[in-house]
Design a protein around this ligand. Structure first.
Ligand code: UDP
Length: 339
C-alpha cells in the first residue's frame, strides 16, 4: 500500500536518502525544507515545498491540500560544537521547529511521526553498550534540544493520540551505495567526510605535510587514546525509518517509543583514518589537536530493541564497507578537496 509521507528536511544528508528509499518503495513523498543546509537537487521525484519550520505558517502550509499518513522529521541543526556556541539556533530550529510541526500535524489530524533523534540525548555513558533505558542527561545543547523534542512528542502522543517513534542514531555515516547521493555539509565538521576531503586533496597532488585533518584528543581512556564511536550506515538508518513507519501504520505503536540505531561496534578516530587510508589508497596524515568540548571517550549502541521489535538488521556491519560507499561518492567530487 502506498503511504503518503511528509519528509521535513528531505533535502539534507539523511533526508534525501530517505526520500529515495520511500520513492523506491512506491510511497508518495512531499518534502518540506528551507534549503538552509539541504540541496534542492538532492530531491528527485518528490513534491517539494520550500518552507521553514520555525514559522508556524510554513509548517501549516505543507499540509494545505495534502493528506499525509506519516511525517518523518529530519529538519534540524546537528553540530555539537556549534550548539555550544549558538544554543539559540538549536532551541529555535530543533525545539520550536518540532513544536510547530507537531501543531501542524495536530491541526491536520496526522497521527504518525518518525523523528530523527540522537545518542547525544544520553550524555556521558554510565554503561556500555548504551540501551534505550540509559539515563538521558545531555551534555550539550544539541542533545538537550533533541531530548526536549522527544519529551514533547511523548506528551503529545499521550494527550492527543499520536504514535511517535524516535530513532536515536549513533554516528550516521556512508553514502548512497549507488553513488547518487552524498554528504555535503558546509562547513563540514564530521569525521569521515573530513578525512575523505583530505584524501581528495592528496589525490590531487597535495603535500601530506600540509594536512588540515585534526584528531581531537589522543589522551582519552581508549586503547589508542582517540575517541570511539559507533558508525552506522545511512542506508540502514533509512531502512529503520521504513520499518518504524510500517509499525506506526499498523497501529502497533501507541504514544512514544524510542529505538537506538548503531551496529554495536566502536571504532576509534585513528582506526577510522586507517580504514580511509586503505579504502582510498591515499597517504592521509593528521595532526593531534585538543579535545573537542562535549566529546565522551566512547559511545557504542545496543540496538537490540530495534532488532527485536522493528526487525531491523543492518546490512553494513564493517567500517570499510561504510567508508567505501562514502568514497564512491566523494571520489567524484574533486571540488570538495581540502583547500
Ligand atoms: N573528530 C576528529 N576530528 C574531526 C572531526 C571529528 O577527531 O575533524 C572526532 C570527534 O571528536 C569524535 C569523532 O571524530 O570523537 C566523530 O565526530 P563527528 O563530528 O563525526 O560526529 P559526532 O560524534 O560529533 O556526532
Amino acid at each position: 500500500m502506498a503511504v503518503s509521507v511528509l519528509v521535513a528536511g528531505g533535502a539534507g544528508y539523511i533526508g534525501s536518502h530517505m526520500v529515495k528509499l520511500l520513492l523506491r518503495h512506491g510511497h508518495l513523498v512531499t518534502v518540506l525544507d528551507n534549503l538552509s543546509t539541504g540541496h534542492r537537487d538532492a530531491v528527485q521525484g518528490a513534491d517539494f515545498v520550500e518552507g521553514d519550520l520555525r514559522r508556524v505558517t510554513d509548517a501549516a502550509q505543507a499540509f494545505d491540500g495534502r493528506q499525509f499518513d506519516v511525517v518523518m522529521h529530519f529538519a534540524a541543526s546537528c553540530y555539537v560544537g556549534e550548539s555550544v556556541k549558538d544554543p539559540a539556533k538549536y532551541y529555535t530550529n530543533n525545539v520550536i521547529g518540532t513544536l510547530n510541526l507537531l501543531e501542524a500535524m495536530r491541526a491536520a489530524q496526522v497521527k504518525h511521526l518518525v523523528f530523527s533523534s540522537t545518542c547525544s540525548t544520553y550524555g556521558d555513558p554510565v554503561f556500555l553498550p548504551m540501551s534505550e533505558d540509559h539515563p538521558q542527561h545531555p551534555v550539550n545543547p544539541y542533545g538537550m534540544t533533541k531530548l526536549t523534542a522527544e519529551r514533547a512528542m511523548a506528551d503529545y502522543g499521550r494527550a492527543y493520540g499520536l504514535g511517535t517513534v524516535a530513532l536515536r542514531y549513533f554516528n550516521a555515516a556512508g553514502c548512497d551505495p549507488e553513488g547518487e547521493l552524498g554528504e555535503r555539509h558546509d562547513p563540514e565538521t564530521h569525521l569521515i567526510p573530513l578525512i575523505l576531503r583530505e584524501a581528495l586533496r592528496m589525490r590531487a597532488g597535495g603535500n601530506p605535510a600540509d594536512t588540515q585533518l585534526q584528531v581531537f584528543g589522543d589522551d582519552f581512556d581508549t586503547p589508542d587514546g582517540s575517541c570511539i564511536r559507533d558508525y552506522v550506515h545511512i542506508a540502514d538508518l533509512c531502512a529503520a525509518h521504513l520499518l518504524a513507519m510500517e509499525r506506526l501504520m499498523g497501529d502497533e505503536v501507541a504514544g512514544f517509543k524510542a529505538f537506538n540505531l548503531g551496529i554495536g561496534k566502536g571504532f576509534s578516530v585513528k582506526e577510522v583514518i586507517e580504514t580511509c587510508r586503505r579504502v582510498t589508497g591515499q597517504d592521509i596524515r593528521y595532526r593531534v589537536a585538543g579535545r573537542r568540548a562535549g566529546d565522551p571517550a566512547r559511545l557504542v549502541a545496543s540496538a537490540e530493541r530495534a532488532r527485536a521489535e522493528l526487525g531491523w538488521s543492518p546490512q553494513f556491519n564493517e567500517l570499510s564497507d561504510i567508508v567505501e560507499t562514502a568514497w564512491r561518492w566523494f571520489s567524484r567530487q574533486p571540488a570538495l578537496a581540502n583547500g
